[in-house]
Design a protein around this ligand. Structure first.
Ligand code: HEC
Ligand code: HEC
Ligand SMILES: [Ca+2]
Ligand SMILES: [Ca+2]
Ligand SMILES: [Ca+2]
Length: 456
């Protein structure tokens, strides 16, 4: 329960905007549909936006010091930074001893504050991999942290936080816990027997929650259990194609072999993948085979988020990949399937969805995170300019609907009135101060409580 609260706690991030769940949403199969957002693009190794090496990653935090002082990021400026890879799933990750696309979080977990071995890597194949992974994003200056974040900073934030105060639709069982243990010290006391908040305990709790995220109720599971009607005839044909062509790498209960291949998604020097961990030249451009459960929900696909639909992925395999890399290993030979067969393969991949994940039912239920909006962007076209002052005036005087009240509340006083366009005009043309958080510089959550709403 503590781990679930922490996984959905935006106050674990340096600016109370991003939780683990922001980049690993259940409805998206444990990945991030925000990757489709135009602002969720990383320009890739060439540093330029709009070129083929761009990556659809996940939106994290602005470049800032741990005191909250923003600084211009060479790539993202004052907008939120974006990860260099697409977020893989936190669901069904518990049996994998090599997490991340390149497997750099291994089974040994070191106490992040003392460096002592906390979970030795040899007790079982996955051992402490989830714990080792969980400490990364909290400290990362692009995902949830700030420049040189310390665990003292993380601790101080949790001590000062009212748990989940910025979240909505909190599931009843979580509310019951919070009504009994209303601050983080008592939650840590509940879980660990004493109130100390440490990096090690945060990792223990989050990983223990992730071990409840087992998606094992799919049409394929029902079919294997003996219900012949669980798959349609097309899906059975798709399954046979899958068994013949995909099984070498996507076998086993999670439909993944847990090893690293170069299937030619991108030229191998753009992101060297596994090589960054092993230093073995044969590993250049190799990435971990992703497990395929809930893959239907996880678009866009591949480590670079480069394919938008499963049909595009199947067509990629049908042609034998997009790039032939020299050290590519076995790669994937072209399938040369007719269109109907490719469609059946897609239908089979859609039979790998656990409906509890799609519908966020227990154990995949969760609080709703606050909507991110840009203060002042009243007409919601993505930028803040004179047209927003006009939109706000039209809302006030001509009955034009507000698209996001919080964005229109330019001075963040919880009321919509003439003071709002005046505040924006002062900002645009006078020497007016930057608008209240999340400011006009980036999108973020509203951190003041008011009755206004932002509907998407
Ligand atoms: C800003 C977005 C972002 C946030 C916040 C974030 N993650 Fe991730 N997560 C990613 C990305 C991107 C990767 C893949 C990175 C890579 O492979 O180099 C990843 C990888 C993972 C993996 C590995 C899955 C696998 O199969 O290898 C797990 C598990 C995970 N994250 C859990 C968490 C937890 C727990 C938190 C909170 C403590 C968290 N993430 C916060 C984006 C995010
Ligand atoms: C040689 C091993 C191999 C074979 C064969 C293979 N795959 Fe993959 N698959 C991978 C790897 C590795 C990735 C990740 C590649 C990357 O992102 O760079 C992947 C990614 C995927 C993804 C994207 C998942 C995600 O979360 O982004 C899908 C879908 C997929 N494969 C389906 C298939 C299908 C269908 C077949 C058979 C036609 C197949 N694969 C054959 C290794 C393989
Ligand atoms: Ca680029
Ligand atoms: Ca605007
Ligand atoms: Ca106002």
């Amino acid at each position: 329960m503590l781990g679930k609260i922490l996984f959905w706690e935006t106050q674990l991030s340096a600016d109370s905007s991003i939780a683990c769940g922001s980049c690993h949403s259940m409805e998206n199969g444990g990945s991030d549909s925000r990757s489709f957002d135009p602002l969720s693009v990383h320009p890739g190794p060439d540093g330029n936006f709009g070129t083929p090496d761009d990556i659809r990653g996940s939106i994290g935090v602005q470049n800032q010091s741990c005191l909250g002082v923003l600084s211009d990021d060479p790539i993202f400026g004052l907008e939120r930074q974006v990860t260099r890879r697409k977020s893989p799933s936190a669901i069904n990750a518990m049996f994998d001893g090599r997490l991340f696309w390149d497997g750099r979080a291994g089974p040994q977990f070191l106490n992040p504050e003392t460096g002592a071995v906390s979970i030795p890597g040899n007790t079982n194949p996955a051992a402490g991999a989830l714990e080792a992974q969980a400490v990364g994003p909290i400290i990362s200056d692009a995902e949830m942290g700030c420049e040189v974040r310390t665990w003292d900073d993380v601790r101080a934030r949790l001590l000062a936080a009212a748990p989940l105060q910025y979240a909505n639709d909190i599931p009843q069982a979580m509310l019951d816990t919070l009504s009994q243990f209303s601050d983080y010290e008592s939650l840590f006391q509940m879980a660990f027997g004493s109130p100390e908040i440490t990096g090690e305990r945060i990792a223990f709790a989050i990983a223990t929650y992730e071990r409840t995220l087992l998606a094992d109720q799919t049409p394929l599971d029902q079919f294997i259990a003996g219900n012949p009607n669980a798959l349609s005839p097309q899906q059975v044909m798709g399954m046979n194609l899958f068994l013949n062509n995909c099984l070498p790498c996507h076998g086993g209960p999670f439909l993944a072999d847990g090893v690293f291949h170069d299937i030619g998604v991108r030229p191998e020097n753009e992101d060297q993948g596994r090589f960054g961990v092993t230093g073995n030249p044969g590993d250049i451009g190799r990435f971990k085979t992703p497990p395929l459960r809930n893959v239907e929900l996880r678009a866009p696909y591949f480590h670079n988020g480069g394919k938008q639909t499963l049909a595009e992925v199947v067509s990629f395999y049908n042609g034998g990949g997009d790039f032939q890399n020299p050290d590519g290993g076995p790669g994937t030979p072209p399938l040369n399937l007719p269109a109907g067969a490719q469609a059946n393969l897609v239908l089979f991949l859609e039979a790998l969805t656990d409906e509890r994940v799609r519908n966020a039912l227990p154990p995949f239920d969760h609080p709703t995170l606050a909507i991110h909006f840009r203060r002042g962007d009243s007409n919601r076209d993505g930028s803040v300019d004179i047209s927003d002052a006009i939109h706000c005036l039209q809302y006030l005087f001509d009955g034009v609907p507000a698209l996001c009240e919080d964005a229109t509340d330019m001075n963040d006083d919880g009321q919509l009135n003439i003071a709002d366009p005046v505040r924006l005009l002062g900002r645009l043309f006078g020497s007016g101060e930057i608008l209240p958080a999340p400011t006009e510089l980036t999108r973020g959550p509203d951190l003041t409580f008011d009755p206004l709403e932002c509907l998407d």
